[in-house]
Ligand binder design. Structure first.
Ligand code: SAH
Length: 308
């Protein structure tokens, strides 16, 4: 559900095997986060190669920049753009690059984002109900919770959280906000628990917190995660060199469905010469070391070569 990441990048071995970065290559990491995957890629592109990183979140970029700067001989070989990966064509134009050898996206949120109560991602910690990965852009979760109709809220909780109690939760939210706007994570957690008939004590001990699905759905909505993913899937084939690879790690069914469909459509249209027909998962050892790898699924697609 609400997923965080340890400092170990998810499916790192498989990502490197599939993307096969080589010295001199140009790669894009659409979701730099803490720079885990980026550092692995960058080290293999040197000397001469380039890593173009993107992240919404200035706080993550600050951490990743330091990490990448420690990669030997990396100076001048990487850059990180604070932007939405949906703007990839513009970002590449800005970087003076036309086409790339590989594109990686490791979707969702990072652990520092979840762990910081002020970001408002966590149902376990009190904070403002914000959830914006880019704190300077878009509407906060509180703004959406207090503005969207009951129907829109219920649809989002169902579609992005697979929350079967979505109508009950949406109804109680709308009742509550008539009295007073919902402004903190704690207030939303309390409303969701009440709608789902959980006491806060029982909720705290539950294997899956009763508010987890609602928070996940809201996060996806706030950050427009599905439209951004759809856009990335649409533009990736145009930005890859022949033989270039795009690899995407997703964490829930809605994302994986879109990735699968997008790659299949590209294959059917002849844009991709090969795609992963089945997703790759983390093995037992990785899941044991990093429980958050449990729901990760990796899919890839290879850009078709030039017509003979
Ligand atoms: N692979 C990273 C972890 C990525 S966590 C590592 O090894 O450390 C996912 C990151 O993607 C978060 O930092 C989040 O801010 C970013 N993100 C999610 N959607 C994004 C988008 N549409 N554009 C840019 N960054 C995005």
């Amino acid at each position: 559900m609400e997923k965080a990441r340890s400092h170990i990048p998810v499916l790192a071995k498989q990502v490197i095997e599939i993307l096969a970065p080589k010295p001199g290559g140009i790669f894009v990491d659409c979701t730099v986060g803490l720079g885990g995957h980026s550092a692995e890629l960058l080290a293999r592109l040197l000397p001469k190669g380039r890593l173009i990183g993107i992240d919404f979140d200035p706080a993550s970029i600050a951490i990743a920049s330091k990490r990448l700067a420690k990669v030997p001989r990396a100076k001048g070989r990487f850059e990180i753009h604070q932007n939405n990966f949906a703007a990839l064509p513009n970002i590449l134009a800005e970087a003076g690059v036309e086409k790339v050898d590989g594109i990686l996206a490791d979707l969702g949120v990072s652990s520092p984002q979840i762990d910081d109560p002020d970001r408002g991602f966590s149902y376990r910690q009190k904070g403002p109900l914000d959830m914006r990965m880019d704190p300077a852009r878009g509407q906060s979760a509180a703004a959406l919770i207090n503005r969207l109709s009951e129907k829109e809220l219920a649809e989002a909780f169902l579609q992005f959280g697979d929350e079967t109690d979505a109508p009950l939760i949406a109804q109680l939210i709308v009742d509550r906000r008539k009295i007073k706007p919902i402004e903190t994570t704690q207030e939303l957690t309390a409303v969701v628990c009440q709608a789902r008939r959980f006491t806060l004590e029982r909720a705290a001990g539950a294997k899956l917190h009763p508010a987890a699905r609602t928070f996940q759905a809201l996060r996806i909505l706030v950050n427009r995660e599905m439209p951004n993913l759809e856009r990335l899937l649409a533009i990736a084939p145009q930005l890859l060199k022949p033989g270039g690879i795009v690899a995407i790690i997703s964490f829930h069914s809605g994302e994986d469905r879109r990735v699968k469909k997008g790659f299949k459509a590209g294959f059917d249209d002849g844009l991709y010469s090969e795609i992963a027909w089945e997703p790759l998962f983390a093995d037992e050892d990785e899941i044991r070391a990093n429980s958050r790898a449990r729901s990760a699924k990796l899919r890839w697609a290879k850009k078709a070569g030039p017509a003979a």
